[in-house]
Design a protein around this ligand. Structure first.
Ligand code: NAG
Ligand code: NAG
Ligand code: NAG
Length: 346
C-alpha cells in the first residue's frame, strides 16, 4: 500500500478506514496524528452546538421547574377556594364526549364510574333534556354533530360545512352541544380523580366554566374541558358569532380553538359585564385542579416534549406547575391532545 493510497482512503472514509489502515501499517505514525486531529476536530465541531443546546435546555428546564414550583399555589387551598357549599341549582347532569367510535377510553371510563352514568351513551337526537339527579353520558360522532347543526343551528350550517379542517367542526360542535343541552364536555384523554361525585358537582360553577390552560404563552383557556350548568348561556352565542366571522380562517386556534375562546370571553365581558348588566358567570376552572402540566410524559415526539416541557416552563405558569402526588387533583389531562389538538379525531 502506498502513502498516496492511504491519503485517498483517509480522505474518503475518515476515521474508520484510516484506523483500519493504521493497524496494517504501523510505520506511518505521522498519519496517525493527522487522523486523530481530524477526527478530534470533527467531533468537536459536532459536539459544540450539542453541548450548547443541552446546556440551554437544562438551564431553562431548571429555571422553569424552580419558577413553577415557587409560584405554584397549594392545590388543596385552590380547591377550598373553588368549591361551593351547594351544587349549582338546576344542574344538567349530562356528560358529553366526542370520538370516532363508541368505544370508551380508559380515561372516559373513570367518568362513567365516578358519575355512575346510566345510560353510558345516548346519541343525538335521543338525549334526555332537563335536569336529572343522575348523570347520563352522551356520545357525539361527526354524524350526530352534523345533524345537531342542521336541526338546531341553521345559521351556522354554512360555516360548519366550509371549515377547511375537520378539527374545526369537532371543536365547534362542543360549543353547540353545551349551548343546546348544558352539562360537562371532556376530551377522551381526560380522567377524573375527584373524591366523590358531590365534590365534582360542587366545582361546576353556575353558568359557564372553561378549563385554564397550563400553556400560558399560547392561551388562557382551552376547550378540552368545559361546563355549562344549564343550557342556553349567551356565551355560546358569542362563540358561534365569532366562528361565523372567522369561518374560512385556516388557523384552528383562532377560528374555533382556544384563541377563539379567549376572544369570546373578552367580547362577553365587554357586552355583558362592562355595561350595566351584572352578569359575570363565565368562570375559570383552575388548572391546579383540572389541568396540571402533564410532566414527564415522554410518549410523544421530541419537538412536542421540548415545547411542552421546556418552553412551557420558561414562561410564567401562574401556579399550573407540576405536582407529582396528585393531591387535590380533580381531573388530569393525560395525553398529548392538549398539545396536538388530536382528541382521537383527525
Ligand atoms: C345552600 O343551600 C341551602 C338549602 O337550600 C340554603 O339554605 C343555603 O343558603 C345555600 N347556601 C349557599 C351558599 O348558596
Ligand atoms: C333514537 O330513537 C329512535 C326511536 O326509539 C330510534 O329509532 C333511533 O334509531 C334512535 N337514534 C339514535 C341515533 O340512537
Ligand atoms: C342564543 O342562541 C339561542 C339559540 O341558538 C337563541 O334562542 C337565543 O335567543 C340567543 N340569545 C341571544 C341573547 O342572542
Amino acid at each position: 500500500m502506498t502513502g498516496f493510497d492511504m491519503n485517498l482512503r483517509q480522505r474518503n472514509f475518515r476515521g474508520v478506514a484510516s484506523r483500519a489502515n493504521m493497524k496494517l501499517s504501523s510505520g506511518f505514525t505521522y498519519r496517525n496524528e493527522v487522523v486523530q486531529s481530524r477526527f478530534g476536530r470533527s467531533w468537536k465541531f459536532f459536539m459544540k452546538p450539542f453541548v450548547a443546546i443541552a446546556s440551554i435546555t437544562i438551564a431553562v428546564l431548571g429555571f422553569g421547574t424552580i419558577y413553577s414550583n415557587v409560584t405554584s399555589r397549594d392545590p388543596c387551598q385552590v380547591l377550598a377556594e373553588s368549591i361551593s357549599v351547594n351544587v349549582s341549582e338546576n344542574l344538567h347532569r349530562l356528560f358529553h364526549f366526542q370520538s370516532k367510535t363508541r368505544d370508551l377510553t380508559h380515561e372516559t371510563k373513570t367518568w362513567v364510574k365516578l358519575l355512575a352514568m346510566s345510560p353510558v351513551s345516548q346519541e343525538f337526537p335521543n338525549i334526555s333534556t332537563g335536569s336529572s339527579t343522575t348523570w347520563t353520558g352522551v356520545y357525539w360522532s361527526d354524524i350526530s354533530c352534523r345533524k345537531l347543526v342542521e336541526d338546531h343551528f341553521p345559521a351556522f350550517l354554512q360555516t360548519y360545512h366550509s371549515f377547511p379542517h375537520t378539527i374545526q367542526r369537532v371543536d365547534s360542535c362542543r360549543y353547540l352541544v353545551l349551548s343546546m343541552y348544558g352539562g360537562v364536555y371532556a376530551d377522551t384523554d381526560i380522567s377524573i380523580h375527584a373524591s366523590s361525585v358531590n365534590e365534582f358537582e360542587r366545582l361546576i360553577p353556575d353558568g359557564v366554566g372553561l378549563v385554564e390552560s397550563p400553556y400560558r404563552y399560547n392561551e388562557i383557556w382551552q376547550n378540552s374541558l368545559m361546563t355549562a350548568s344549564s343550557p342556553g348561556h349567551v356565551f355560546w352565542n358569542i362563540t358561534i358569532e365569532i366562528m361565523i366571522e372567522r369561518g374560512t380562517d385556516r388557523n384552528v386556534l383562532s377560528s374555533t380553538g382556544p384563541k377563539m375562546i379567549g376572544d369570546a370571553v373578552e367580547r362577553f365581558r365587554y357586552r355583558y359585564v362592562n355595561g350595566n348588566n351584572e352578569i359575570n358567570d363565565v368562570r375559570t376552572l383552575p388548572c391546579e385542579l383540572f389541568q396540571r402540566l402533564p410532566l414527564g410524559e415522554w410518549d410523544t415526539t421530541f419537538l412536542n416534549v421540548l415545547g411542552r416541557e421546556v418552553l412551557a416552563r420558561a414562561v410564567p405558569m401562574q401556579g399550573c406547575g407540576r405536582y407529582g402526588d396528585g393531591k387535590c387533583e380533580i381531573t388530569r389531562h393525560v395525553g398529548k391532545a392538549s398539545w396536538t389538538n388530536d382528541a382521537g379525531i383527525k
